[in-house]
Design a protein around this ligand. Sequence first.
Ligand SMILES: C[S@@+](CC[C@H](N)C(=O)[O-])C[C@H]1O[C@@H](n2cnc3c(N)ncnc32)[C@H](O)[C@@H]1O
Length: 266
Amino acid sequence: MYSPFQLGLKYLRYFFRASNGKGHGIHSPFVFDMVINVLNDNTDYPAYNSIESVRKEMMRDKTVLTVEDFGAGSATGLTKQRTVKQIASSSLKKPKYARLLFRLVNYFHSKNILELGTSLGVTTAYLASADKEAKVVTMEGAKAIASVAESNFKALQLSNVECVIGNFDETLSLVVNRESSAFNFVFIDGNHRKQPTLNYFQQILEKSDESTVFVFDDIHWSKDMEEAWEEIKQHSSVTLTIDLFFIGLVFLRKQQKEKEHFVIRF
Ligand SMILES: C[S@@+](CC[C@H](N)C(=O)[O-])C[C@H]1O[C@@H](n2cnc3c(N)ncnc32)[C@H](O)[C@@H]1O
């Protein structure tokens, strides 16, 4: 994991290198349209407020949870005590990025959604609220955390979410194998290490098609994750990527004749 100073320098480099986010200089009509209508969409959708009130409540919640440690990526057999408040303030995607997930699902009409890393269910709630007809399968290893997430889905009246509890290393193959159609949208936000990230990508590719949008979290968080991101960009199924620094978008569109990699300020 990079130090805050290293990450800050990397962010500055990204900021000055990236396309300015207004669409200038983006010659791909597909990407241009997404920048204008999704990245730059500042509409205050009603779902945002209800999800953010749940987040706010959790930021005050001092309930102690006994949590399996997935710190090193796979279960170590160790547990630790953490309050809901600590998890809500350190492990969840900030509203700006969670809202972008909501808009992407809306824009691409994604119906079959997979998330690795539920935590307290905030990003899951954004994914599931974008389209109540969509089905979201979300995966989490820590039982006590998943149980808070499930109460949040109830409170938000989201009945289109299924939470699969267990280590991804064991549960992902079951989820992929039972699926009869391709996932349209995949958010990978757990176990930020190179080899597991690449393994999950490879496994999920088996249930993907050219509509599938992958979103990888924390692609510049560590040298390991930057290497994983580079390998994903080079993968033969990948035709287009967009680096937004804190997340990376990956497309498998076949209309895209030449591979293209964009870095866009967000
Ligand atoms: C960063 S949090 C997810 C945050 C959530 N997407 C949000 O922003 O609202 C990552 C979660 O992945 C879980 N996790 C990490 N590695 C895992 C593994 N190998 N199997 C199952 N869960 C894992 C952790 O327990 C943690 O709750």
